[in-house]
Design a protein around this ligand. Structure first.
Ligand code: FES
Length: 139
């Protein structure tokens, strides 16, 4: 057996009132497919994504280039993306976000800002398309 502790090996289980291990903890996770408008970029799929994080955060954690010039505070348009599938799994759009999307390059009905697209509690499949990032300067 390796050097992992008892607790790290059993982290997918929870304990009953009496301290017994009961059953695997129900974990709700998302799968995210990312398409790219940039030529030559192939789609990628990430699995087992926890709710409570934004699409921008997921991209950055996984080394996917998505510009975010304002630092993720809904004050620019560089994290603009399209949600092709799973819009219901993402936090509702605000008036402020809509205002910025109107200023984005090529906005569509399924446009969102990656930094404002928070995954809600739940699970399922989400598919997004990222605009060509070579058109942006900055972060
Ligand atoms: S990073 Fe600026 S609005 Fe999302």
């Amino acid at each position: 057996m390796g050097s992992k502790s008892f607790f790290s090996q059993t982290s997918n289980y929870h304990f009953s009132f009496y301290g017994y291990i009961c059953s695997p903890k129900e974990e709700l996770m998302y799968t995210l497919k990312i398409n790219f408008e940039e030529k030559g970029q192939q789609p990628v799929i990430f699995e087992n994504l926890e709710p409570g994080q934004t699409l921008l955060e997921i991209c950055l954690k996984n080394d996917i280039e998505l510009h975010h010039n304002c630092g993720g505070v809904c004050a620019c348009t560089t994290c603009h993306l399209y949600i092709e599938k799973g819009m219901e799994s993402v936090d509702e759009i605000t008036d402020k976000e809509e205002d910025f999307i109107d200023r984005a390059v090529n906005p569509r009905l399924n446009s969102r800002l990656g930094c404002q697209s928070l995954l809600l509690d739940g699970d399922g499949e989400i598919e997004i398309t990222l605009p060509d990032q070579t058109q942006f300067l900055g972060e």
